[in-house]
Design a protein around this ligand. Structure first.
Ligand code: PCA
Length: 311
């Protein structure tokens, strides 16, 4: 097992009788995600609560830290990327403390230690958005104090998830689990995938028996090499794999796909053959397709075939 994942939510505050954040945190206590057990705590909405995690991580090791809170005016879940060095409470906290326009440390804003570019946010439950403003109340204070305590240990992924009111969410537990999964999974590998189009058909290639994922069909392409962008990568990969010289045209889209051991970000572009005859170096068969259902695609390539067919 890996070290646990620390998840915190809050008690109700202000005129709220419930707080979705504390409920969700409690509901997932003890669950295991990618070999880490969730350890949940419901924090008091006051200075003690805001310091809880920062203190805990002085003596304990965690794989990831997720703070959850209620953003009463939000329409969508917010992935808070910045903790501001300011507190300005419109209402007193649960201990009666009301701070107006004061800095927390005076050292400036701090930033969450996650990389949401690797998260396929658009495909996640309840469509979370990136936010750079966690407010000036306890949620901001809590994230700030934890990031301050983490300053010397940037490797632990940590962020704050601000949830809207319960009725605006379809599956808050599912969303938090997805966020934790994203925090614990390996970083994305950038891969170019070429939709080689000729006479209105696109090329599918089957991976040879000696290759990983043998027998499955894919778009030709591969990992970016140092300094390459998607276009340069595609020109090189298609030359290596098929001995074709291609030109790279429109971008079809970007797909993030989790294979379990690796997570890939596929950059898909239309390619046209400029010269050469196909020689198969890593595949054992090709097919010119007109629709998405003609071969068994590897992982996300079916979705890509659908997107190409729809064009
Ligand atoms: N939301 C408040 C504090 C506790 C909570 O759940 C905030 O947004 O600061």
């Amino acid at each position: 097992m890996q070290p646990p994942v620390l998840v915190t939510g809050f008690e109700p505050f202000g005129n709220h009788l419930v707080n979705i954040s504390g409920e969700v945190a409690s509901a997932i206590d003890g669950r295991i995600i990618r070999n880490s057990k969730i350890e949940s705590h419901v924090l008091s909405v006051d200075e003690t609560g805001s310091m809880f995690a920062g203190k805990l991580i002085q003596s304990r090791d965690f794989s990831a830290i997720v703070h959850i809170g209620l953003a009463e005016n939000a329409e969508l879940p917010r992935v808070e990327m910045r903790a501001k060095d300011i507190l300005d409470f419109r209402i007193p906290d649960n201990s009666g403390r009301q701070i107006r326009d004061e800095k927390i440390s005076g050292d400036g804003d701090l930033f969450s230690t996650i990389n949401p570019n690797d998260w396929d946010l658009n495909g996640m439950i309840d469509h979370p958005i990136i936010s750079n403003d966690a407010g000036e109340f306890l949620c901001n204070e809590t994230l700030y104090r934890t990031l301050l305590a983490l300053k010397s240990n940037k490797k632990i992924p940590c962020f704050f998830l601000h949830l809207p009111l319960r009725e605006k969410l379809t599956d808050p537990i599912g969303l938090v689990i997805e966020c934790i999964d994203r925090m614990l999974r390996p970083e994305c590998l950038d891969v170019g995938a070429g939709a080689i189009i000729s006479d209105g058909k696109f090329l599918a290639a089957r991976r040879a028996p000696s290759e990983k994922h043998a027998g499955w069909w894919e778009f030709p392409g591969g990992k970016f090499e140092d300094g390459e962008d998607a276009r340069a990568c595609l020109v090189r990969e298609i030359s290596e794999e098929l001995e074709l010289e291609v030109s790279v045209h429109d971008k079809i889209g970007i797909w993030i796909f989790d294979h379990g051991d690796v997570v890939v970000r596929l950059h898909v572009y239309v390619c046209k053959i400029e010269s050469g005859e196909i020689v198969l170096n890593v595949h054992d068969k090709i097919k010119w397709c007109t629709g998405p259902d003609e071969v068994p695609w590897l992982g996300p390539d079916f979705k890509i075939a659908e997107a190409i067919s729809a064009r």
